[in-house]
Design a protein around this ligand. Structure first.
Ligand code: SF4
Ligand code: SF4
Length: 487
């Protein structure tokens, strides 16, 4: 049965630059890798090595301090710095910098107490945690946490091979070239959740990958081609398309009995469970009209973006825009010394022809409603922009701005070129600030009320004490009593 999600758009695919190019290792490994301590959702890791230490490939260099996953060195060599470095997300973040000795000396493999199909759920969760696996489709949520929280709540496991972002082909090449890693990694996740069926969703513009997967799929794996429509690969839209279930506003896939993992995440699980290898490398598509020789590369994590640009033949003149990820959801890059992290599936260099900056001046909404029709989350993007620009931040939460998945479909379809996603991201920040302030005010009011209550109790106790003391003072003897006593 075909289910369809609401809204969405049809941007040009531009996958032709790299879809036919096999994944290649970097011809020249990087001289240094810069291993950011922030590669996942949650608190950054704490470095576990110091300047001067020798490290091996797969050695832990950062341990989580809260929600997170460990970070491993992707090369062998010497630690030359532990300091904040540019991060793809914007502000500098603490990083471990390793001078590559180019010997690729391996660390001890991750302990695996049983054969892959005999591992208990707890053992799989521990291996996935120790391997530092996080969502590789961009979200970066620690996979062992997702597994633990889905236990007993889900009846469907979905592997996300939609790769609906234009230009990107990293997942496509992975499914086409290494379908066994994807399938077997997915089956490990399926068994860990106590289920017997796995569905792999792939957009129908990758039919060769669909065939490659089908050729290797055992009876418990269904490969489902999906219609081409952006954002098909967004978790909630993928679930709706495959199962017909709708994740409620503010809800999680587990609320409708589903767990979704990216195909590259499943391949990383395969490496950990079958080969004892932690997550140290990933496939990155380096593409766009602004790059000389686009390609799909197997990249050691921590490789600086400038090294990837060099590997792909350099820039074709001044770029119009550089993005980490695709054109719809990618993050603009202004410093190419930032390095590859676990969730980076692409580096897109758009030429000045491909990317026309937003026209300057006042951009007026013509109330055409196209952004509303395009929004797969049933939101009203023009209202976010209106309230944000007018400074009415307090109204944004009620409009469900936090449900926005930042897919960019609204901005893509806006004829007035209003930078809606920028306004939405800034609006979300304002809402979070208001929520924090409201929480702090509520906590303060609660503390004050508690203090007042305690003060009232103390006063009451003091009064009671006073009354008791007065009652305990012996009464002055009366004249009659004195006389009676003397008799
Ligand atoms: S409002 Fe958010 S979810 Fe809706 S189209 Fe725009 S970016 Fe996508
Ligand atoms: S698409 Fe653009 S112009 Fe049309 S209603 Fe939305 S914000 Fe306004």
């Amino acid at each position: 049965m075909i289910h369809r999600f609401f809204g969405g758009v049809h941007p040009q695919g531009h996958k032709e630059y790299t879809e036919a190019l096999a994944v290649a290792p970097l011809p020249q490994p990087p001289e240094q890798v810069v291993l950011s301590m922030s590669q996942h959702v949650g608190a950054p890791c704490a470095p576990t090595v110091s300047v001067g230490d020798s490290v091996t490939v797969g050695q832990v260099v950062g341990e989580p301090t809260g929600l997170g996953a460990p970070i491993h060195s992707s090369v062998s060599g010497k630690v030359v710095a532990v300091e904040p470095r540019p991060h793809v997300g914007g502000s500098p973040v603490m990083a471990v910098v390793v001078e590559n000795d180019k010997l690729d000396t391996p660390a001890e493999p991750i302990p695996r107490p049983a054969k892959p199909d005999k591992l208990t759920t707890e053992q799989v969760i521990e291996i996935v945690r120790a391997a530092g696996i996080t969502g590789m489709g961009g979200a970066g949520f620690p996979t062992h946490v997702k597994l633990s929280s889905a236990l007993g709540k889900v009846d469907t496991v979905i592997l996300n091979g939609a790769e609906c972002e234009p230009y990107l082909t990293a997942d496509h090449r992975l499914m086409l070239e290494q379908p066994e890693r994807v399938i077997e990694g997915g089956r490990v996740l399926m068994r860990a959740l106590g289920l017997t069926k796995l569905v792999i969703g792939v957009e129908a513009n990758k039919l060769d990958a669909v065939e490659a997967l089908k050729a290797k799929a055992p009876a418990d794996v269904e490969v489902r081609p999906l219609r081409v429509r952006y954002p098909q690969g967004a978790e909630k839209q993928l679930i709706q398309n495959i199962t017909g279930r709708q994740v409620p506003p503010g809800g999680l896939p587990a609320n409708v009995g589903c767990a979704v993992f990216n195909v590259a995440t499943a391949a990383a699980v395969y490496d950990a469970v079958f080969d004892g290898k932690p997550l140290t490398h990933r496939i990155v598509t380096v593409t766009g009209k602004g790059i000389v020789r686009p390609g799909n590369f197997l990249v050691p994590l921590g490789t600086p973006m400038e090294h990837l640009v060099e590997t792909a033949g350099g820039l074709k003149g001044a770029p119009g825009r550089v993005l980490c990820g695709g054109p719809m959801m990618g993050i603009a890059q202004y410093d190419l010394t930032a390095s590859t992290i676990k969730g980076n599936n692409g580096l897109l260099v758009m030429s000045t022809r491909e990317y026309a900056p937003t026209p300057k001046g006042v951009l007026t909404c013509i109330h055409c409603g196209r952004c509303v029709s395009a929004c797969p989350m049933h939101l009203v993007p023009l209202a976010f922009n209106q309230r944000f620009t007018a400074g009415h931040f307090e109204q944004l939460e009620g409009l469900r701005i936090l449900d926005c998945i930042e897919c960019g479909s609204c901005a893509y379809s806006c004829p007035a070129h209003i930078p809606l996603v920028q306004a939405i991201r800034a609006g979300k920040n304002e809402v979070r600030k208001l929520q924090t302030a409201a929480k702090a005010a509520a906590a303060k009011a609660e503390a004050e009320a508690k203090a007042a209550e305690e003060a009232a109790k103390a006063e009451e106790a003091a009064k009671a004490e006073e009354t008791k003391a007065e009652a305990d003072v012996p009464a002055e003897p009366t004249k009659e009593k004195e006389e009676a006593t003397s008799k």
